[in-house]
Design a protein around this ligand. Structure first.
Ligand code: UN1
Length: 510
């Protein structure tokens, strides 16, 4: 058991907190008696202090030439690489993510650093022609200032790095409020960044609960010490953050939930579609924002596809996440409780396949193979529902658990309409051997990310990541697109004519 209690504000210089609200125990969800971290939680005043501290440190950081900031990011990436196994091991221990996936998650940080090292030498501005002679126009990318980054714990290191790396590279300071249930992992990542040379005041790690975070953020916005808010989490919390930021004329970067559809057409390779559905529907216990939510299957292949998927699900191995399993436990108690609520709401008209039972494993043996001891952690049966209707709550809401529902369609237009119906727009997939079907699907579906013959989950460091509708406000993380979140354009007009030239006045005289 972890004996030390960590302060609620952490920087390499061990800055203390001005206001604390309590203590949080981060537990291993596969072995609930294993306390991974014990942390103090900050009060709103401490969040304000952290932002003020960041404001001062940012000015100096912005003066470091961008290519040198890029070198710090390069060093960070190499340190993460050198500590890949231990960081992945900590992810597995703290949130129950299967170790192989945790390794993949850490790789995402390394890839993100690799991409942004180069951006340090590329933060290009433009030279722009003027309407007038003897005058030159320029544009520059300027850092926004202080970014408050609030992240979920299902991707406790990769997703935070999607914000931290570009924000720091672009010359901003960050106040990072990670999910409490991923406290130890967050600290391990921040420590690597500080060791790589990110100054303490430029990256501030603050532990806080939701109430204090909202209050602290409001106070910091009011005081004018936060210039950008990045948030990954639920659509409900995202919309509250959007409202709050709007009051202070801020446009946050919101990466929210998903109800990601997968369409299986009559010409699809059904075995490939089964693999994709299994991985993105139940992998990570369905706890990715990109997890598969609704399977939309053509009537002609419904019976065959459903039988094969049911069989694959029963053959799956779940359990102890240190082993090679499809999925391990729920992230923490709060997520387990939420999933139980969703299971309670399932209407009676569905056919439940895939498992003999629904609910916590331990109350009854799973039909899928279970490795480990189900009684020590937050393990749940896989659920596959058939006969979903488009007005079912479980069809319309994100479930964030190991559950997928099947509905059927006849025309591609109908499939697209069903895919768009829940109003989210993060990720969508189509399985087809006909390129025209794939392109028509891409055009019609309202998702930010579309896959053809691949699952709804997954991300590459140089491709825009983000969604529309209930999935976010259109901001994109990753690749060069995220730079627009963490810089603002400034123009310079430089007149060397020696006379007063007035814009829009002299056009006819030329
Ligand atoms: C998230 O769940 O918040 O799609 C992000 C994936 C990830 C990103 C998920 N790389 O699997």
């Amino acid at each position: 058991m972890e004996s030390t209690t960590w302060s609620c504000v952490i920087g390499p210089e061990g800055r203390g907190a001005t206001e604390e609200t309590g203590e949080y125990l981060s537990r291993n969800p596969a072995r609930l008696d294993d306390v991974v971290a014990r942390v103090r939680l900050a009060g709103p005043g401490t969040l304000l202090d952290a932002a003020e501290h960041a404001r001062t440190a940012q000015r100096e950081w912005a003066r470091v030439p961008a290519p040198l900031r890029g070198r710090v990011i390069a060093g960070f990436g190499r340190l993460v690489e050198a500590n890949k196994e231990s960081l992945a091991g900590l992810v597995t221990r703290e949130i129950g993510k299967p170790y192989v996936e945790a390794l993949g998650e850490v790789q995402e940080i390394i890839d993100t650093c690799d991409f942004f090292v180069g951006e340090g030498r590329r933060l290009y501005g433009q030279t722009v022609p003027s309407e007038m002679p003897n005058k030159q126009l320029f544009t520059f990318r300027e850092p926004v200032g202080v970014a408050t980054v609030i992240t979920a714990g299902n991707f406790p290191v990769a997703v935070p790095s999607w914000y931290l790396v570009p924000a720091l590279l672009c010359g901003n300071a960050v106040v990072w409020k990670p999910a409490e249930y991923a406290a130890a992992t967050a600290r391990a990542l921040a420590e690597l960044a500080w060791r790589a040379g990110v100054p303490g005041g430029v990256l501030n790690l603050v532990y806080a609960d939701g109430t204090a975070t909202f209050e602290g953020l409001e106070r910091a916005l009011q005081a004018g010490v936060v210039d950008k808010v990045g948030f990954t989490g639920s659509s409900a919390v995202g919309s509250r953050i959007g409202e709050l930021c709007g009051r202070y004329l801020q446009s946050p970067c919101l990466e929210l939930g998903g109800k990601n559809p997968m369409v299986v057409t009559p010409d699809a390779d059904l075995d490939l579609a089964v693999q994709g559905a299994l991985f993105s529907g139940w992998g990570t216990a369905g706890q990715r924002c990109t997890s598969l939510g609704n399977l939309i299957v053509h009537n002609d292949v419904h019976d065959e596809f459903t039988a094969r998927l049911d069989e694959a699900l029963r053959a799956a191995v779940i359990g102890e996440p240190t082993g090679d399993v499809l999925y391990g436990p729920m992230l923490d108690q709060k997520f387990a409780d939420n999933f139980e609520r969703i299971l309670d709401e399932i209407g009676g008209h569905h056919k439940v396949l895939g498992s003999e039972s629904v609910g916590r494993i331990g109350d009854s043996a799973p039909r899928a193979t279970f490795r480990g001891d189900p009684s020590t952690g937050l393990y749940y049966h896989p659920v596959l529902l058939d006969g979903m209707r488009s007005d079912d709550t479980v069809f319309l809401q994100e479930t964030f658990g190991p559950i997928v529902g099947i509905t059927t369609y006849d025309t591609l237009e109908e499939a697209i309409e069903l895919g768009n119906a829940p109003g989210y727009g993060l990720s969508a997939a189509v399985y087809t051997t006909d390129p025209a079907t794939a392109f028509r699907f891409r055009e019609g579906i309202g998702a930010g990310m579309v896959s053809a013959n691949n699952s709804t989950s997954g991300a590459e460091a140089h491709l825009p990541f983000g969604g529309n509708g209930r999935s976010g406000n259109g901001g994109r993380l990753s690749g060069m697109w995220v730079i627009d979140q963490f810089t603002r354009w400034q123009s310079l007009n430089w007149d060397f004519s020696g006379t007063l030239q007035k814009a829009q006045m002299d056009v006819d005289t030329v």
